[in-house]
Design a protein around this ligand. Sequence first.
Ligand code: DON
Length: 587
Amino acid sequence: MDRHPHRQIRKASPWRRSGSLCAIALIAILTGITPAFGQAILEGERFHPAAANHGMVATSHGLATDVALQVLKDGGNAIDAAVTAGFALAVTQPRSGNIGGGGFMLISKGDGSTPEAIDYREKAPSAASEAMFQDQEGEVVKNRSRFTHLAAGVPGTVSGLALALDRHGTLSLKQALAPAIKLAREGFIVPQRFTEGLEQARDRLERWPASRATFYKPDGSAWKPGERFRQPDLANTLQRIADEGVKGFYEGETARLIAAEMRRHDGLITEKDLKNYQPVVRSPVHGTYRGHDVYSMSPPSSGGTHIVQILNILEDYPMAESGHNSADTIHLMAEAMKLAYADRSKYLGDTDYVDVPLTGLTSKAYADELRETIDPAQARPASMINAGKPAPYESNETTHFSVVDKWGNAVSNTYTINFSYGSGITVQGAGFLLNNEMDDFSAKPGVPNAYGLIGGEANKVEPGKRMLSSMSPTIVRKNGKNFLVTGSPGGSRIITTTLQVIMNVIDHGMNIQTAVAAPRIHHQWLPDEIRIEQGISPDTVRLLENRGHSVVTNSAMGAIQSIMIGEDGTLYGGADPRRSTSSAKGY
Ligand code: DON
């Protein structure tokens, strides 16, 4: 097996190329070493991806990676493995893995056929209304969309994963659920991150007796690292799905338990809402970047649209020359990000309800117009930026894992219950947490959601509508073949996190583990600041401030579990070190 991480040889400028050659020649002369020394320079990577030849799985939890990898080893395909991982994460990582939430799956087959997206985003219950998160005076009641039963959208995960399996898998739903049921019933040894998460979310979870009983010991303490944690109610719910198919969730006992939970606490989801829930097969957003084809999530996610938009703006700049995380590079990225997030606030919403000018927003011509407004030397204050004017509407229209199998099929999946542990509300008797995805709607046009994202009319609450998302499961193809499979959690930061991994690979020639680990930056128009992770040098920050940027160092952003496929077919997995349980493994 090739032990060397795959590297992109980036296009170097003539001076850079001749400079490097001179340096290598000089070292060779001085040390008497043959040109093979060049290899040694390439070995200087600090982060190394997992490498394998037949299949690769990258998830945010080792147990989910293991069960999905076993599916691949047993002859299952990437879709089988992804669905198995999705259900396993609902057990091992209840803070984000879920059956009570929703998400998006991108599937790109090894045969080169057009990639497909499965939209299993939650929907507003039929009794939802535009002003449901406002008081009598029309002021937004902040926590109503976050920590009450009204916060929950109708969950989509079970039907989305089942649909993916039905369309492209070889396993039955029962087979894909078996490892999750075993993990829930027999329990698993909890890692430190599990205990820490439950301590952090204690206030939110303890308010609800079913959450308290599910996630803490009878004496109220959290399960400690090394102890075995079992979820019998969840095991029974998963078993009902295994026995009855999606009806085991959307009808019968599970649906009754969800509806009863809602009735007890003035929630809106009814048995009818559950029975009516349908996932949707959509076309992903498609763009190109420096000769690569980029496929990412279409509305009701904003992710793909704005990744393509930002890449279009940046494509005309010599980003490789500017260098990774230099002040020049960060400045241009931040300026492009601002423009995209301003457009997001105005135009993006569920295309089943509103017209979104997708072609306009993702066109190269519109990017050219936007680029014209960027000053390479000076930040433009967010207050001077409004949504642009893309070509008019066409007539129609958080946790991430990546899997690639031996046939070259790729799956990129991001799903979520929104906050860590979602609403904090466990369905009594069913053992799973409900999402608080309704906060992703704009509770009132112009009022930011929990991620500071401003939404407009296009994202107002309407019955049956899907709330706008930033989730960006992405697959990049090169010469028609799957090349990069990536995506991340992180709320509003998902778009920029995913963008940077794409650029780290394509522009900066990083191997996938280095691309995933590298410090990230983020700008979302409002607040008007570049948010950075630790690891960007203080003099770079000073240069950015000199150009008029406000720069704020904050906690780590995203957890981007990625796979890159080398030209010889070798699979490289990059697990994000920002999550201690992240795991990329192949065979
Ligand atoms: O759909 C969205 O954009 C958000 N609900 C995602 C939330 C998220 O990524 C939280 N994870 N860190």
